[in-house]
Write a protein that binds this ligand. Structure first.
Ligand SMILES: Cc1ncc(C[n+]2csc(CCOP(=O)(O)OP(=O)(O)O)c2C)c(N)n1
Ligand SMILES: [Mg+2]
Length: 335
């Protein structure tokens, strides 16, 4: 297992860009939770709050042609990839103008135009999908890479092990990004696996594994840049373990009383948004008004997105089966 090298210093403008995206993810979800409490969201939400640096750092290292798979905790990945919050809110509110016409909801949001191959309600389900996409990219001799985000719990699934085995054997251009937030649902990592560093599992597959501070957006970006560079040049996959923490419960409404208070408090002090704010104001010469401006911009964007989404119509019952079954097998044309 190798530690990634020190990240190259970011410019103030780059750092403010990452900050804005991280605040967008956090506020998108805080407001989604409030809207759910008001009855606007007919379904579960799994908040990504606390893990924003992982999605933003990794996605900042990607190119337009790259593809991604996500999890049940997928809003952050999709927003970091550049999805439109208006269409995402419309999807959460089950409206026809939602990014998946209200047929995906939070757990199955997809945006093919962004190469975002989907959130996924099946734990570990996105991992083989990313490797399948990577296999196709390799066959097409593309320089694009596939990225799969998944949790610590998912690394106990057969799909994780089977996929890492083949991805390594076939040197597929894929990044396996494990967001180790210390819990799988309500079970602490030390009660569901014997290892501490999930990156150690890479060595079973002769793959590079790295442990990264998942609350440091710059470290995440650097690890992703190194892994994409390797993957784009035929060097095969990397397993990146991002050590992070979810601030809230497993799902919206879970009070998370199974977590010790001091553990929660220690991680709250290392909130990724606090860390990047300090970097901007203490090291990169940014001012308090730069921060306030970025926050205000996000709030206006979300006000507009929510106002638009609330006014969209609900789908009609007679359209329920449209877009559910494929009329043709698009993938066949690529083979
Ligand atoms: C195959 C499968 N098993 C169990 C579940 C129920 N389930 C949903 S989320 C979850 C925990 C996943 O933990 P982790 O992979 O660490 O992701 P996190 O929720 O921490 O982001 C479980 C067990 C499921 N959705 N799919
Ligand atoms: Mg977890």
């Amino acid at each position: 297992m190798n530690a990634p090298t020190e990240p190259a210093p970011a410019t103030l403008a780059e750092a403010l860009g990452y900050y804005t995206q991280m605040v967008l993810i956090r506020r998108f979800e805080e407001r989604a939770a409030q809207l759910r409490a008001l009855g606007l969201v007919p379904g579960f939400l799994h908040p990504y709050i606390g893990q924003e640096a992982v999605a933003v750092g990794v996605c900042s290292a990607l190119e337009a042609q790259d593809v991604l798979t996500s999890t049940h905790r997928g809003h952050g990945h999709m927003l970091a990839r550049g999805a439109d919050p208006s269409r995402m809110y419309a999807e959460l509110f089950a409206r026809v103008d939602g990014c998946n016409k209200a047929k995906g909801g939070s757990l199955h949001m997809i945006d093919k135009t962004l190469g975002f191959l989907g959130a996924n309600g099946i734990v570990g389900g996105g991992i083989p999908l990313a490797a399948g996409a990577a296999l196709q990219l390799k066959r097409q001799k593309s320089s694009a890479v596939a990225v799969s985000f998944f949790g610590d719990g998912a690394t106990n699934e057969g799909s994780f092990h089977e996929t890492l085995n083949l991805a390594s054997l076939w040197r597929l251009p894929v990044l396996f990004v494990c967001e180790n937030n210390l819990y799988g649902e309500f079970t602490r990592q030390d009660r569901h696996q014997t290892i501490t560093d999930i990156a150690d599992r890479a060595s079973s597959y002769a793959m590079k594994g790295v442990v990264v501070d998942g609350n440091d957006v710059f470290a995440m970006r650097e690890a992703a840049l190194q892994a994409t560079e390797q993957a784009r040049h035929g060097g095969g996959p990397t397993l990146i373990e991002a050590k992070t923490y979810r601030h809230k419960g497993h799902f919206e409404g879970d009070m998370a009383r199974y977590r010790p208070k001091d553990e929660v408090e220690a991680w709250m002090r290392r909130d990724p948004i606090i860390l990047i704010t300090e970097e901007i104001t203490q090291k990169l010469g940014g001012s308090a008004s730069d921060i306030e401006e970025a926050k205000a911009k996000v709030e206006t964007q979300l006000d507009d997105a929510i106002a638009w989404a609330k006014e969209r119509p609900h789908p009609l019952p007679e359209d329920a089966l449209d877009d559910v079954f494929a009329n043709s097998y698009e993938g066949a044309a690529l083979l």
